[in-house]
Design a protein around this ligand. Structure first.
Ligand SMILES: Nc1ncnc2c1ncn2[C@@H]1O[C@H](COP(=O)(O)OP(=O)(O)OP(=O)(O)O)[C@@H](O)[C@H]1O
Length: 714
């Protein structure tokens, strides 16, 4: 493989710090390996070089490739570490020097959750005992809070103020103190403490900071866009005054803000902590063609917090197709996959990437219906999802029996107990756990008297308000019980949502992103019921058939199956075919916060969409609701999005407008034709578009003689 000029420049960089801005799939690993080899050949001792990778799997891949590249040279490779493994070494050294206490390292996530739960319970006991504090979502939010305090190296109060937690969660700051005190009493240290503790120790004791600094001459950091405050501080300490630091990353792929990563680090902070860096760019991607590169550039150029680089397709890359399909019934995923298989392609060469898991619901249902094997990674399969189990439970209530409701919850002695519990918690009736279980068991025996039973238990409610709420819910159960099973399933579900105010309940009981996902999950499922047009009886029979298929398929063992996972999990990966479903406003960008926060949020969301699109090698399928305005603007090559420019609303995601899809597709095709033509031919007609900015920049960069003309029609 011949290195590009850009890669060569990075490898031979001399003197001072350096920042490498690398687009997706641009051979940065190749360049970093080349850089290490170059330093070793210059006579730098391996123990004077430190390579820092983001996680263990990246470290394993890098180490293997580095060893392979050095195998014939006789040169000894330097240490390749993750930030956490470096932290662990410091913890061990500081412990040996008695600057940190000797604690046990606990790596299991559930142990961390257990201690967090204990802290919340203790806080609740000391306050006035509200059960909601120990709910699943409460714990998730609290765990996020603890993580942020440690990654941002801030006080709990600062994190509460900066990160915009809801006022009702202020108790996290107190619970955090209890959590830390429990951790000290139990003498344990979690994964997240491995960097935080030594950094805090160095902050407090200069002697330790001096001891750590100035041991290496060169530090190379991968995936720098995902660095957070505590890691940055560790890097500053290790580098001291001696090391030359080279960081490699792509601000446009910074998608871990919820873990404390911020685009500012790569954009400006690096140069503050490591002055006068030389800036390099790896602008050619070896993954996809011009059409996709252009669409990605159009999209991401809307972000303000970035470096102004263009992502270019390397000549000879596959000519990645961009297919746009309306997400109407029958679900387009079936046609896409059937065509893929007809072309003798395997299912595991494709992936469906979602922003939120609610988007996978219609995809899963369509795949089940058409017997297409899939595996869902990162979330529960559709029929195990509590909200959907609750909705199905209410439909079964119309039939008069909850007893038969076995389904995937057969673990509860196959009685349907978990379905009744799902109903009683969606919306939650806020009874104490043991009472809730007793009530569920009684309802299971006599579903016909469910209303009366709930009313009876209202005496046990924690407050008059909760008691009156239980009476209302009892009324709704009665009403649903009375509905004929010949009523359309969609009608029953709609009544249920309206009367229970289920979505408002989600928003009250869970963190906003969790609540929104629950709402969209229900909406997707209800839309499915509407599309079938079936009665409760027939719909439940159909669901049973699909649930049997889901239960019957081997989710883990199926090798050749279609992967459904989140864009977050797809980072750093690639597939020949990538499908992005559910591209509608509200879901993509996933809007949860309003006001001042929104600009930053949308940039974060745009980066996520950018990461999603740039995973594709041969074909990218974008599925979205019909939107006539989008089609008009696509035709005119107009990339203005109604949401960001006109404060109006559109049904398809604003990112589809911004990607200037038709123009990107047309221009990409012309560039490819010009590249592959043996001799230069004059084009008949220049390509027209309203928005030519990115197109012109791209043409200049790839030095092709395609002509463009401004389309004045808006
Ligand atoms: N100069 C080059 N010419 C042709 N192909 C190259 C060149 N450099 C790298 N590649 C190829 O591009 C692909 C990606 O390379 P590499 O893994 O180094 O990139 P990366 O930027 O680390 O990828 P990712 O963004 O997925 O982490 C590999 O298949 C590699 O062989």
């Amino acid at each position: 493989m011949r290195l590009t000029g850009e890669q060569e420049d990075i490898i031979r960089h001399s003197g001072g710090h350096a920042k490498v801005s690398a687009v997706a799939g641009s051979g940065k690993t190749t360049a970093m390996i080349g850089r290490v080899g170059h330093l070793l050949r210059q006579g730098i001792a391996p123990d004077k070089i430190l390579v820092l990778m983001f996680n263990r799997s990246a470290r394993a891949v890098f180490t293997e490739r580095l060893h392979e590249s050095l195998s014939r040279t006789g040169l000894r490779p330097p240490a390749v570490r993750t930030f956490h493994s470096l932290g662990l070494r410091l913890v061990e050294s500081f412990t040996a020097k008695q600057h940190l206490p000797r604690y046990r390292l606990v790596t299991e996530e559930f142990q961390l959750e257990k201690l967090a739960r204990e802290a919340m319970k203790k806080y609740a006991a000391e306050a006035d005992g509200d059960e909601t504090w120990s709910s699943k979502e409460g714990i998730e939010g609290f765990l996020l809070f603890i993580g942020l305090v440690k990654t941002d190296v801030a006080t709990p109060q600062e994190i509460f103020a900066i990160c915009g937690f809801e006022e009702k969660l202020f108790y996290y700051t107190e619970a955090y103190k209890i959590f830390e005190s429990l951790r000290r009493t139990s003498k344990v240290r979690f994964y997240q403490d491995l960097i935080h503790e030594p950094v805090m120790a160095m902050q407090q004791q200069q002697e330790l900071a001096n001891w750590v600094a100035d041991h290496v001459d060169h530090i190379i950091v991968d995936e720098y866009q995902d660095i957070n405050e505590v890691q940055q501080q560790l890097l500053v300490h290790i580098a001291g005054q001696r090391a030359q630091v080279m960081v490699v990353g792509d601000v446009d792929q910074c998608i871990y803000e919820w873990r404390g990563a911020k685009p500012e680090y790569i954009v400006s902070r690096f140069a503050r902590d490591f002055p006068r860096p030389t800036t390099y760019t790896l602008s050619y991607s070896f993954r996809y063609g011009h059409r996709l590169a252009l669409a990605a550039n159009h999209l991401i150029s809307n972000n303000r917090l970035r470096d102004r680089k263009l992502c270019l397709a390397w000549p000879g890359n596959p000519d990645t197709r961009i297919t746009c399909l309306p997400e109407v019934e029958p679900h387009p995923v079936v046609g896409i996959i059937t065509d893929w298989q007809k072309a003798n392609r395997r299912l595991d060469e494709a992936a469906v990437l979602v922003r939120i898991y609610a988007q996978s619901v219609p995809v899963e249902l369509a795949l089940l219906e058409h017997n297409i094997p899939y595996r869902l990674v990162g979330s529960e399969p559709v029929f195990s999802c509590t909200e959907i189990r609750a909705l199905l439970g209410y439909l079964r209530l119309c039939q008069g029996s909850l007893q038969d409701a076995e389904g995937p919850e057969a673990g509860e002695q196959g009685t349907g107990l978990s379905t009744v519990l799902a109903m009683l918690t969606n919306p939650h009736i806020w009874l104490k756990k043991d009472l809730l279980r007793n009530l569920a068991q009684e309802i299971l025996k006599k579903p016909g008297s469910a209303g009366a039973l709930i009313e009876h238990y209202a005496d046990e409610a924690g407050s008059p308000y909760l008691a009156s709420r239980m009476l209302t819910i009892a009324g709704i159960w009665r009403k649903i019980r009375k509905k004929s099973p010949k009523t359309r399933a969609f009608t029953v579900l709609n009544t249920l949502i309206e009367e229970t105010d289920l979505y408002a309940h989600f928003l009250y009981a869970a963190r906003p992103p969790v609540a929104e996902n629950k709402i969209k999950t229900c909406q997707s499922f209800i839309r499915f019921a509407q599309n079938t047009g079936l009665s409760v009886n027939d719909f439940l029979a159909e669901i049973e058939r699909l649930a049997d298929k889901e239960a019957g398929k081997d989710l883990t063992g199926e090798q050749n199956s279609l992967l459904i996972t989140s864009i977050h999990r797809a980072k750093g990966l690639e597939w020949p075919l990538v499908i992005l479903p559910g591209l509608e406003e509200g879901a993509v960008p996933f809007r949860q916060e309003k006001g001042e926060q929104e600009v930053e949020d949308i940039e974060d969301e745009r980066r996520l969409f950018y990461v999603g699109m740039t995973r594709a090698k041969e074909e990218l399928c974008l599925l979205y609701p019909q939107d006539r305005r989008l089609e008009r603007r696509k035709k005119a090559g107009d990339s203005r999005s109604p949401v960001t420019t006109e404060k109006g609303v559109c049904s398809a995601s604003c990112f589809l407008y911004e990607a200037n899809l038709n123009f990107s597709d047309g221009l990409g095709g012309r560039i490819l034709a010009a590249e592959s033509a043996k001799e230069k031919k004059k084009e008949k007609e220049p390509l027209q578009a309203v928005d030519l900015t990115i197109g012109k920049q791209y043409l200049k960069a790839v030095k092709t003689s395609v002509r463009l003309k401004r389309n004045k029609k808006k």
